[in-house]
Design a protein around this ligand. Structure first.
Ligand code: FES
Ligand SMILES: [Fe+2]
Length: 441
């Protein structure tokens, strides 16, 4: 539980807020590169961290990321013309280069004004199908994190984006929350072949119900544990932390089923067993973009491919380009007759989105009751709060990973014998294993 003040500090992201100041110290994935497909294409409006920007690709293919409103008298540059290595405001024709240089001011001649004034512009990197920007003070920009997807061919990286109508922390906490997986996602586990399972005294038959849902590849035993109260162990790393959710294995051998998540500051989660990450970027205090970046077999990648897969059937509206998540009606009949646990068609992301948005636009954590299974969420809040304090003291925040090879970050899941340290499954992840206290509950 947090005080109302702590909750506000955690959730609000606008300029000058504690969290807003912290988040501006990292590279932010801001938009899909597919939305700027070629030189001089139409510009796009991007809202992140409570501010509005215009992104465009100039004649030479360079991306500009500028404050949205024209510094002359405030028209939106999203309406502008992109031409001849710049973007031109429609109102009086002022024109800007990708670095914010004012190239032309047709209604002002004979002035040296343009030599003194620049429009707000921010550095951009292209990686993993996304455009990443740095909005913080120029002298504190950290090295750009080169993750495993950097430089991969576009057709081997699947990029998706869901815009969700709730505060970003509700979605981010859900992405590092292992103990919900064997409960909320029972319908998904059923399709994957996990068989009958219990939630408390409720006995779920485990017959597949939503046959069309997108799922990870079906395994022999996709969830080899009946233990709904995982022990969470957390360990700090140069990029943030790992946590392992340790469950008793279903085979009764005394082995443990371990799912390891890598949390990369300040909003990225590599989730156990997957080969990519979810990145939760606040658009404003009540809306966020949940980006997914996953490595896929050759020819199966690209933004369009990911946005077209089964998940769009129920998540996105019919209008092209609408990425706002919509929760389908809950099938109460299927729930009542035991066919479905959660009653939502569309797979994990719909099930997750339904509960995350159900807490309202900005949940008041003064009302929660945390349990040991929430340990990773406690650690998440602590590394964020510690980083806010460090920045306030004029020091670098945690998890910048200076000198660390971010391509080594990965997640894992496996059944291992009781004596084997879970850290062995993510050897490439470890940076501070020596001397780092392990916390267990
Ligand atoms: S408002 Fe943009 S040129 Fe005047
Ligand atoms: Fe989930």
């Amino acid at each position: 539980m947090l005080t109302p003040e702590e909750n506000e500090a955690l959730c609000r992201v606008g300029p000058g807020t504690p969290m807003g100041t912290l988040l501006r110290r990292y590279w932010v994935p801001a938009f899909q590169l597919a939305d700027l497909p070629g030189p001089d294409c139409a510009p796009i409006k991007v809202t992140i961290l409570g501010e509005n920007f215009v992104a465009f690709r100039d004649t030479q293919g360079r991306i500009g990321f500028l404050d949205e409103l024209c510094p002359h008298r405030g028209a939106s540059l999203v309406l502008g013309r992109v031409e001849d290595c710049g973007i031109r405001c429609l109102y009086h024709g002022w024109k800007y280069a990708v670095d914010g240089t004012i190239l032309e001011t047709p209604n002002l001649t004979g002035s040296r004004f343009t030599e003194r004034v620049k429009h707000g512009s921010y550095p951009v990197k292209e990686s993993g199908g996304l455009g990443w920007v740095y909005l913080g003070p120029p002298d504190t920009a950290p090295p750009f994190p080169i993750f495993r997807w950097d430089g991969a061919p576009a057709d081997e990286v699947a990029v998706s984006e869901m815009i969700m109508d709730c505060n970003w922390m509700q979605v981010l906490e859900g992405s590092i929350d292992s103990s919900h997986v064997g409960v909320l996602h029972l319908d998904t586990l059923a399709v994957m072949g996990a068989g009958p399972r219990n939630v408390g005294s409720f006995e779920f038959a485990g017959d597949p119900w939503d046959h069309d849902m997108p799922t990870p590849p079906r395994g022999d035993n996709p969830w080899p544990s009946h233990d709904n109260a995982p022990v969470i162990e957390v360990e700090d790393t140069p990029f943030g932390f790992h946590y392992a959710a340790v469950r008793e294995a279903a085979d009764g051998s005394g082995s443990k089923y371990v799912r390891i998540t890598a949390f990369v500051m300040p909003y990225t989660a590599f989730v156990g067993g997957s080969n990519g990450a979810v990145i939760v970027v606040p658009r404003d205090d009540h809306t966020c973009s949940s980006f997914g970046i996953f490595m896929v077999p050759k020819g199966r990648g690209g933004s369009a491919a990911a946005n077209r897969t089964g998940i769009d059937r129920s998540i996105w509206g019919p209008e092209p380009g609408n990425r706002r998540m919509r929760i389908p009606p809950q099938d109460r009949e299927a729930m009542a007759n035991g066919q479905s646990f959660a009653g939502f068609r569309g797979g994990n992301r719909v099930q997750d989105g339904a509960v995350q948005m159900s807490s309202g636009p900005l949940y008041d954590r003064a009302k929660e009751h945390l349990v040991p299974a929430d340990l990773a969420i406690i650690r998440l809040r602590r590394v964020l709060a510690d980083s806010i304090r460090l920045v306030d003291e004029g020091k670098p925040p945690l998890g910048l990973g200076v000198g660390y090879d971010f391509a080594r970050v990965t997640a894992a899941s496996a059944t291992i014998d009781a004596e084997t340290p879970w850290q062995d499954l993510v050897a490439g992840n470890l940076g501070t294993r020596e001397g780092t206290a392990r916390i267990s509950t």
